[in-house]
Design a protein. Sequence first.
Length: 137
Amino acid sequence: MAITTAKKENEKKKARAKQEKAQKMLERKLNAKKGKSLEEMMAYVDENGNLSSTPAGTSKQKVSRTSDEPKNNTRKGTLTSFNDAKGYGFIKDLLTGESIFVHSSNFKQLIEKADTVTFEIERSAKGSSAINVRKLM
């Protein structure tokens, strides 16, 4: 029985593939990092949702107010836009110029567009919103 050249080539390819596979397996075994401590394997999520190697609450950052931010949370602003049909609008903070979301359920009295108001800021997952909104006389 004669072995054809095509069969010889196929056998050589199989032998080469088997040898490459064995070489890759050996490299993976040598590069594996077994025996890591639990602390090295831990991952934490910070307040912004990013992965971190340090646990939350251990950072040494100090939160401080900026000099232009009032000590109490009451601010002044102007109701720049309001959609009556949907019941929400935006207040432009007179101090920072920031546009802050406001819902009609947070109005303490009847307020119209372009009225100057006092309000407090509440932080939520979606951002800042104005609460306890009152019209300035």
